[in-house]
Ligand binder design. Structure first.
Ligand code: DBV
Length: 247
């Protein structure tokens, strides 16, 4: 079983328990994609499976799960709220490559430097963040241009041992998701047109950054080709712009 399957199972179970979870359409050709990569004895199947849901407050809850043997495992899991809530994004990038594990976990803010926003959406996570930071220290080397998209409670770590992923990272992932779902429960719809406009701008800024800088683009292009990859990124992983056009 893949390293991140239990994360996906736990997330879906928690969402089902706490939300009115509905399915969200996955465009044709993206629910499951596989390729054989490598040569000779090193041949390996790389399978990417996609999952998507929605709730009355959450526009898209989606996961991409890449399984390519013990040295290639990825779970990228993001929740995009509807545009009439000031909720942060839930963002998890759980990556295992031949070089090791790379873990990014956060409630990604719409408004990074707004203190009232931090008070509302970072303060409740802070004690949990501090607790995990002892086992999951800062992972170093982080792109400056990505900073605006992360909260002060961003868990960014590169565990040496797989056992740390299975224990501390797994626990942190579930705790962050539980707190996120508390935020969702408490969230009230926004009606003020000015605030709605700033939320839409912030969502688009985040989305464009993620689609443009997707660190998985190179990997997906090698496995499945450029056409599949661009369509997967813009038509599924980060689909807000297309959905806005269609409204
Ligand atoms: N990352 C994604 C999606 C992925 C994915 C949709 C479906 O956003 C996987 C797959 N992340 C993925 C892979 C790598 C990373 C790395 C395969 C390794 C790339 C490689 O080394 O070849 C956080 N993810 C990373 C890195 C960061 C993040 C900072 C290191 C990138 C680097 O060193 O350049 N996740 C990433 C990020 C945001 C986020 C920047 C939000 C703004 O949520």
């Amino acid at each position: 079983m893949s390293l991140y399957q239990p994360f996906l199972d736990a997330a879906i179970a928690l969402l089902q328990k706490r939300c009115n979870l509905q399915s969200y359409p996955i465009p044709g050709g993206f629910a499951s994609k596989s390729a054989i990569v490598g040569k000779g004895k090193h041949q390996e199947e790389v399978l990417t499976t996609s999952y998507a849901y929605q709730t009355p407050k959450l526009r898209q809850i989606r996961a991409a799960h890449v399984q390519g043997g013990s040295s290639l495992q990825v779970l990228n899991f993001v929740i995009f709220p509807h545009l009439n809530y000031d909720l942060p994004f839930f963002g998890a990038d759980l990556v295992t490559l031949p070089g090791g594990h790379l873990i990014a976990l956060d409630m990604q803010p719409l408004f990074r430097d707004n203190l009232a926003y931090q008070e509302k959406y970072t303060r409740p996570v802070w004690p949990i963040f501090k607790q995990y930071q002892q086992q999951l220290p800062w992972g170093g080397d982080f792109p400056d241009e990505a900073q605006p998209f992360f909260s002060p409670a961003f868990l960014w770590t590169r565990p040496k041992d797989t056992s740390v992923v299975k224990t501390h990272v797994f626990a942190a992932f579930q705790d962050y998701l539980r707190i996120y779902l508390d935020f969702v429960e408490q969230a009230e719809p926004i009606h003020d047109p000015h605030e709605l406009a700033t939320i839409e701008q912030a969502q688009l800024r985040y989305l464009r950054y993620r689609a443009e800088k997707d660190p998985a683009r190179g990997m997906f292009t090698r496995f499945y080709g450029p056409e599949w990859t661009e369509e997967y990124i813009h038509g599924f992983l980060f689909d807000l712009e297309r959905k806005l056009v269609r409204q």
